[in-house]
Design a protein around this ligand. Structure first.
Ligand SMILES: Nc1ncnc2c1ncn2[C@@H]1O[C@H](COP(=O)(O)OP(=O)(O)OP(=O)(O)O)[C@@H](O)[C@H]1O
Length: 257
């Protein structure tokens, strides 16, 4: 049986007659941090949509901790241990930071607790919400409505909501998009801290973030993974350099990352 946290086997997706994902194979070890990079339109979002169950594949298999998840519904995949962040769209703007985290926790506990155990569940959720708030460094904003947080704070809250359910595989879509340079470096640090021991997949355009965060990089070009390796090996990969025309990846090297 597979011991991979996530495994894609000959994964394919057609939209109409066009094959957008063209036989992707990828095996991610538990605890690995993987950045998925590639030119615009390469299929990165489609890949995330397939993994998280928004789309069903045309062919191929997706395994989460050895169990098939292709053709399961997003909430079923979530229950099986995969959580995806949608930038800040999981946040309830009119709830406080604490209430947002507590909601996420209760939602994830709801299926495990019977109604009669709900009250004790509530106590657990309160305690865990406090812990999570400290982890994402928003304890001073405990009672602030989410809509009144700064953008970077909202992104931190979103990460808190994403990890609240205890999933061991986390998908993040461009986690630092829209942040300033200093916010970005603080946020990379935060992501690393809160995902210790978890498997992380990010779609990312910012090469600084990619090289700061990833143990491995998957390079998607025209619906195929053309390289899956350590950042150093990917930088040196001739196929990758050709696909990027020596731009982003080489630039980040010149930038000293
Ligand atoms: N629901 C859909 N129906 C038809 N075509 C789609 C659909 N979703 C994506 N595509 C097409 O699939 C291709 C891959 O798109 P996708 O969004 O996965 O690329 P991407 O690598 O995430 O791009 P970007 O970096 O610009 O976000 C594009 O040509 C896009 O037009």
């Amino acid at each position: 049986m597979s011991t991979y946290a996530l495994e894609l086997k000959d994964l394919r997706k057609n939209f109409g007659k066009t094959e957008i994902i063209r036989g992707v194979n990828l095996a991610v070890q538990p605890g690995e941090r993987v950045a998925v990079i590639g030119p615009n339109g390469a299929g990165k979002s489609t890949l995330f949509n397939l993994i998280s169950g928004r789309f069903g594949p045309t062919r191929g298999e997706i395994l989460l901790n050895g169990q098939r998840i292709d053709h399961k519904k997003p909430y079923e995949i979530n229950r099986m241990g995969l959580s995806r962040s949608f930038q800040i769209t999981n946040i309830f703007p009119k709830l406080s930071v604490f209430e947002n985290l507590r909601c996420a926790l209760l939602w994830s506990m709801g299926y495990k607790y019977t109604f009669l155990k709900f009250l004790s569940g509530l106590k657990d959720a309160n305690e865990r919400a406090e812990q999570l708030m400290e982890m994402i460094r928003l304890e001073k904003k405990r009672d602030t409505l989410a809509m009144n947080l700064t953008y970077a704070e909202q992104r931190a809250l979103e990460i808190g909501i994403t990890i609240a359910g205890g999933s061991d595989v986390i998908l993040l879509d461009e986690p630092t998009a829209g942040m300033s340079k200093s916010e970005t470096s603080r946020f990379i640090h935060l992501i690393k801290e809160v995902t210790v021991g978890k498997t992380l997949l990010t779609v990312e355009h910012d090469m600084g973030v990619v090289f700061g965060l990833a143990d491995k990089i998957a390079v998607v070009v025209y619906g195929e993974v053309i390289a899956f390796d350590t950042p150093e090996a990917v930088r040196a990969n001739a196929k990758v350099q050709e696909a990027y025309l020596g731009s982003s990846v080489a630039d980040s090297q010149a930038g000293g990352h």
